[in-house]
Unconditional design. Structure first.
Ligand SMILES: O=C(CO)COP(=O)(O)O
Length: 249
């Protein structure tokens, strides 16, 4: 069976109700490949609006984070149960912006992934190295350092229900995309790292590339053997451009 292809939009703290409405209108009539999933991850206040207006069965919604607790006195946080309530299926976890600015440690990310899975959500687990780490030859050790606690926490068999997004920090929002060759090499490493635990699981996990993907560079990236789609930031805020990226996978 071939792996699912996924194009996911991470709006970060951008967008508004008008963009949410435009995106639904733009995507509802699109035809995608049978094995393709499109996911929109808006800021939490727009999730219900998107859910109510998406009629295309291949378009799903995701949140950008959850708290690792079920409920309680955690002002400003949202829980997996709330996403269940809205029938939101996906959640981005461990984005480099959260790791860098909101102190989401590798252990905390592992806890969140475990909690998301236990709640029936599909985590989109983001991993990636900084420019300094790449230049120092530490890309592979950094990626395994980020993956290992998640595998230890959930067990490799459960990892088949995780989507991984490789996002080199130096390529996020910078206009500097990783070349298709570098992205493929790194994805191949991620898959081989997973295969060192379980070869079948490694073959099943969709590996998305993220970092300055746009309508111009996406085709070459998506043509690589181990790139199963993308996690799109800036270019996902434009409906026409995002549609082109969805059609290129
Ligand atoms: O961080 C990203 C998606 O999660 C990538 O953002 P950009 O596509 O804006 O570089």
């Amino acid at each position: 069976m071939s792996r699912q292809t996924i194009v996911a939009a991470n709006w970060k703290m951008n967008g508004n109700a008008e963009l949410a409405a435009q995106m639904c209108r733009g995507l509802n009539d699109e035809k995608f490949n049978a094995n393709q999933q499109v996911i929109i991850c808006p800021p939490a206040p727009y999730l219900a609006l998107l859910k109510a207006n998406i009629s295309n069965s291949q378009v799903a919604c995701g949140a950008q984070n959850i708290n690792e607790n079920e409920k309680g006195a955690f002002t400003g946080e949202i829980s997996a149960l709330m996403l269940n309530d809205l029938q939101v299926q996906y959640v981005i976890l461990g984005h480099s912006e959260r790791r860098a600015m909101f102190h989401d440690s590798t252990e905390l990310v592992a806890e969140k992934v475990a909690y998301a899975l236990a709640s029936g959500l599909t985590p989109i687990l983001c991993i990636g190295e900084t420019l300094e780490e790449r230049e120092d030859g530490e890309t592979e050790s950094r990626l395994s350092y980020q993956l290992a606690p998640v595998i230890a926490k959930i067990g490799i068999k459960s990892f088949k229900d995780v989507v991984v997004a490789y996002e080199p920090v130096w390529a996020i929002g910078t206009g500097k995309t990783a070349s298709a060759e570098i992205a493929q090499q790194t994805h191949e490493f991620i898959r081989s790292y997973l295969a060192s635990f379980d070869a079948d699981v490694a073959q099943q996990v969709p590996l998305l590339y993220g970092g300055s993907v746009n309508a111009k560079n996406c085709e070459e990236l998506f043509a690589q053997a181990d790139i199963d789609g993308g996690l799109i930031g800036g270019a996902s805020l434009n409906v026409e451009e995002f549609k082109k990226i969805c059609q290129a996978v």
